[in-house]
Ligand binder design. Structure first.
Ligand code: C5P
Length: 353
């Protein structure tokens, strides 16, 4: 029989994974649109400013959640004691451990902007699935985990399924541009460089695998003593420095001085920022309550969802290839997750078979 805490854990796990599927499906389309829509006379918004605003949003939200957690774990403390507890947990001696993932995630977020500015949404999403492989490899190398034969097989199936959806991708890069141009008359669509986009997405996949495995280890090793939200406050706090100093000031300082911080901002950009911040928080929950590979499977499922949405929105026929691909992705996800339950979705070496 399942204990209430295990049931609670499973519910959080499933809910966060489902939310991630939804968030990922919408984000890629909205973000792609925000980067590639005609800009008119306005300059395109600077990715570095968006990366910084996402970190500020996550920092503030995590701070509220961490304060709530501190209140519930110290029910009889006064407000000032809660603030002191919170301060001590955020600036605990081991908080420096978050400096590396903070820098890597900031780099990854900038790479994702570079990739999506230069590739069509489908190519970006599919190629970014490389992070599944990098995550498994880093999980084996850094966490000493292993995966069963069936799970290896499901990874192969997943790659095949995603490739099938991609072969019949409803919109190529040029299609996107033409359709967007015909949807929004006037203005110029920013030019793109596919090679740059491809390099950026490969680098982002490598960074993603390494960073999320490092973060998972850190969170799970200390979950009893440090709350997930405190870890997230630390992560966002340390992310502010590279985002501000390297991205905003060093890389784009001149453009910001000339055009202003919010040049090119519109509701789509704000929606992108909100969705990204939400995504970061949901990713954190997925990593803590499920694991990184499950999180990446949710991202793969979102390819199927966004394929269907794109096909519907742009009235493209759904091909046999794509339907077969979607079915294979769903089968792979089922195969990966349907195993005797025991803790996380990846097995410790001793339990893998
Ligand atoms: O693509 P991937 O799943 O690696 O993306 C992770 C995203 O989640 C990054 O944008 C990262 O900044 C964010 N994140 C977060 N808080 C965490 C872990 C990841 O905001 N604790």
């Amino acid at each position: 029989m399942q204990t209430p805490s295990r049931r609670w854990r499973l519910s959080v796990q499933r809910l966060s994974l489902a939310l991630l599927v939804l968030q990922n499906s919408v984000l890629v389309m909205v973000m792609h649109h925000s980067r590639n829509r005609p800009t008119g006379t306005q300059p395109r918004y600077l990715a570095s400013t968006a990366v910084l605003l996402v970190e500020i949003t996550k920092l503030l939200t995590s701070l509220v959640l961490a304060a709530h957690h501190t209140c519930t774990s110290h029910p009889n403390s006064s407000a000032s004691l809660v603030v002191i507890h919170l301060f001590h947990s955020i600036f605990a001696p081991d908080s420096w451990k978050l400096i590396v993932p903070a820098a890597l995630y900031t780099l990854q977020n900038s790479l994702v902007y570079a990739a999506i500015s230069n590739l069509d949404a489908v190519t970006f999403q599919v190629t970014y699935q490389l992070k599944i492989l990098t995550t498994v490899l880093f999980s084996i190398l850094l966490l000493g985990r292993s995966i069963s034969l069936r799970q290896w097989l499901s990874l192969v199936l997943l790659t095949l399924g995603v490739a099938l959806v991609q072969i019949s991708g409803p919109l190529t890069s040029d299609d996107w541009r033409e359709r967007l141009a015909s949807l929004i008359r006037g203005g110029t669509i920013p030019t793109s460089n596919a090679f740059k986009g491809l390099m950026a997405v490969v680098a982002a996949s490598l960074t993603s695998g390494l960073t999320c495995v490092y973060f998972e280890k850190l969170v799970k090793d200390s979950m009893a003593s440090v709350s997930l939200w405190t870890r997230n406050v630390q992560l966002s706090f340390f992310s502010l420095f590279p985002a501000l100093l390297i991205g905003v000031l060093w890389q784009d300082g001149a453009a910001i001085a000339r055009d202003g911080f919010f040049a090119g901002y519109n509701p789509t950009v704000w929606l992108t920022i909100g969705l990204q911040a939400l995504g970061g928080l949901v990713v954190a929950v997925c990593i803590a309550y499920a694991d990184n590979v499950a999180k990446n499977f949710a991202a793969s499922l979102s390819i199927v969802v966004s394929y269907a949405a794109t096909a519907l929105l742009f009235r493209m026929p759904i091909t046999l290839h794509a339907t077969a691909g979607a079915a294979v992705v769903l089968l792979a996800t089922y195969m990966f997750n349907s195993r005797p339950a025991s803790g996380g979705l990846l097995l410790p070496v001793s339990q893998a078979r």
